[in-house]
Write a protein that binds this ligand. Structure first.
Ligand SMILES: Cc1cc2nc3c(=O)[nH]c(=O)nc-3n(C[C@H](O)[C@H](O)[C@H](O)COP(=O)(O)OP(=O)(O)OC[C@H]3O[C@@H](n4cnc5c(N)ncnc54)[C@H](O)[C@@H]3O)c2cc1C
Length: 562
């Protein structure tokens, strides 16, 4: 749509992204802001503005425009009386990803964003309406490819890093692949950039050459870094469900709380398109929405959330922990919640990403089982989770195969599971590894290879379940905390036993406490955890209660040195 063509019809509200305020809600907002007339073509705020206010259209029309003033300008939506402007970034402090331009003069109400934040925490109806609309608008912007432009090659690791960072942080962007997209060459020529200088990010008309994640976070207002007090009460490392829960409960219960995440808020859960088994959401909720809501809630209570901020090393001295970040900043805290989670090990095969969530799964719950009922299924892995999944899924599959890299199941899988698999109709392929995946729009077959003979087989599979272990994010603990043999953090009695075995103390750690006093571990990073969103959230909230006890001196032990 060109800049000059008029388009003043209001965009219909199809699914709650563009709701109209009630008269009462508009009146309520008026007490917090000021009315003012608008004139035609007036720009209320511009794409890239680091901060902007909340506007309600009282009369006339305002257009939301992507790429305003550029040859690619597009109208995203047009709002009339009692509709409001903005999207999720307004509440989270991010820059504007579009411009708002008056298309029919009238009147607007401007409410400073701090006032708006206060108001939505008091008025549940308004808060819900806004949050839902803003979340849907963010999805819409992402779907339209509005906002940042990222130009780079699919084969460049730096492009992949930037793509992962913008995707995990749910930043509206368009990726232009220099390998395939015809527009890439012209765009680069216009910017005076040669293909070997890519990746570049275009933002506010400026070209950023291969920016670091930190740089990108700073320019879009994502980072949220606030210089912490000399010593915080609680430092949470990791902002997945467990870390976000610890942040919400810590900050709401009066602890001076700081939370870091190396990549994005939401952790693994944010990569799940629909979480069906989280309490209170009968229709399911997308992991991204759950993460956004939790992050807003944590900030509302005063937690400071810094992204990206990666913990690199941990030291303990005089009753205080110091966490050094990869960029050499340091944070001191009296207590720490380790919530750095785990990453499910993925198969090293081409085009894996294309099928993830659409044929390749890392959990075998009823939900996944229903999706592939009546289909051929392949499970990969020789441990108990692979065994449990095979037993469970074989009830649903037409053909069931279990692929194990080693030459037997003994030692890695419980006998009762191995027996059940042997008694059933599952074909077990030993010494077998997945080499390739096939299928047009979804998975159709797995190419498996015998690692002794090199013989390959094409196995029909509409679903592939991968259980080849999880790698915990514990390297940053620098050997200061007792871990189990797979690298997960020991807590409670197991941590006490490990300390005693090493002769490094006789204290009895609290539940969730590690071998180090006041350092607790929650969620997937903890040895023996359940690996579910709900249990991660439960542990994050429990940890805060225990930290209060610790800070009040209930469980401290004078003779321990971590
Ligand atoms: C695709 C998928 C779908 C899933 N679906 C479901 C489901 O439907 N239902 C369900 O109950 N569970 C589901 N799960 C499991 C669930 O997501 C996890 O159990 C849960 O996210 C664990 O939360 P966590 O906070 O302990 O860790 P994580 O979610 O792993 O979060 C850890 C965070 O710590 C950060 N971090 C790591 N190291 C550092 C460091 N050094 N410094 C700073 N930050 C760091 C990471 O960037 C990450 O954001 C799913 C998992 C996946 C992968």
């Amino acid at each position: 749509m060109s800049a000059t063509s008029e388009r003043i019809a209001e965009t219909p509200d199809k699914d709650g992204a563009f709701p109209r305020l009630t008269e009462d809600q508009a009146k309520r907002l008026e007490t917090e802001g000021e009315r003012r007339p608008t004139h035609d073509r007036e720009v209320l705020f511009r794409e890239g503005d680091e901060r902007y206010d909340f506007y309600v259209v009282l009369s006339g029309k305002v257009a939301v425009i992507d790429g305003y003033g550029s040859p690619d300008e597009r109208v995203v939506a047009v709002h009339g009386a009692r509709r409001f402007l903005g999207e999720l970034g307004l509440l989270t402090g991010q820059a504007a990803f579009f411009s708002a331009v008056v298309r029919e003069p009238g009147e607007v109400l401007r409410v400073p964003v701090e006032r708006l934040r206060g108001l939505i925490t008091q008025d549940a109806g308004l808060g819900d309406l806004l949050l839902r609309a803003y979340f849907l608008r963010r999805e819409l912007l992402i779907g339209l490819g509005a906002g940042l432009r990222l130009i780079g090659s699919r084969f460049s690791p730096e492009t992949r890093r930037l793509r992962e960072f913008v995707a995990r942080n749910r930043l509206p962007h368009r990726w232009i692949d220099v390998e395939q997209d015809e527009r890439a060459e012209a765009a680069l020529r216009e910017l005076g950039v040669s293909p070997d200088q890519t990746p570049v990010v275009i933002w506010r008309g400026e070209v950023l050459r291969n920016p670091s994640n930190e740089e990108l976070a700073r320019i879009v207002g994502l980072s949220g870094w606030q210089t912490p007090r000399a010593v915080c009460d609680l430092l949470v490392v990791g902002a997945g469900p467990s870390g976000l829960a610890a942040s919400v409960y810590g900050a709401s219960e009066g602890l001076d709380t700081m939370t870091l995440d190396a990549v994005a808020t939401g952790g693994q859960a944010a990569t799940s398109s629909r979480i069906e088994n989280y309490l209170g959401f009968p229709a399911g909720i997308s992991g991204a929405e759950l993460a956004e809501r939790a992050a807003i809630q944590a900030r509302k209570f005063g937690a400071s959330l810094a992204v990206p901020a990666e913990a690199a090393a941990l030291t303990y001295e005089d009753g205080q922990y110091t966490v050094a970040l990869t960029d050499e900043r340091e944070i001191r805290s009296r207590t720490i919640v380790v919530a750095s989670g785990a990453r499910y090990r993925r198969l090293g095969v081409p085009r894996l990403e294309q099928y993830e969530g659409n044929g390749v799964y890392y959990a075998a719950t009823l939900m996944e089982a229903r999706m592939c009922a009546g289909d051929p299924i392949v499970v990969v892995g020789g441990g108990n989770s692979a065994g449990q999944a095979t037993v469970f899924l074989s009830r649903y599959a037409t053909e069931m195969r279990l692929l194990i890299r080693g030459d037997s199941v003994d030692g890695s899988m419980s006998r009762y599971l191995a027996d059940r698999i042997e008694r059933g109709s599952t074909e077990v392929l030993l010494n077998t590894e997945v080499r390739a995946l096939e299928g047009e729009s979804s998975l159709e077959a797995v190419i498996a290879e015998n690692n002794l003979t090199g013989e390959r087989r094409r196995l029909p599979a509409r679903a592939l379940f991968v259980f080849i272990g999880a790698e915990p994010h514990t390297r940053w603990l620098s050997g200061n905390v007792a871990l189990d043999r797979h690298g997960f953090v020991l807590t409670g009695a197991a941590a006490g036993d490990a300390s005693r075995e090493k002769g490094s103390g006789s204290r009895r750690p609290m539940l969730l406490e590690t071998s180090s006093p006041g350092l607790l571990a929650v969620g997937d990073v903890r040895s023996g955890s359940i690996k579910r969103v709900a249990s991660a959230v439960g542990e994050g909230s429990m940890a805060v209660r225990l930290i209060h006890d610790f800070l009040e001196g209930v469980h401290q032990h004078p003779h321990h040195s971590p």
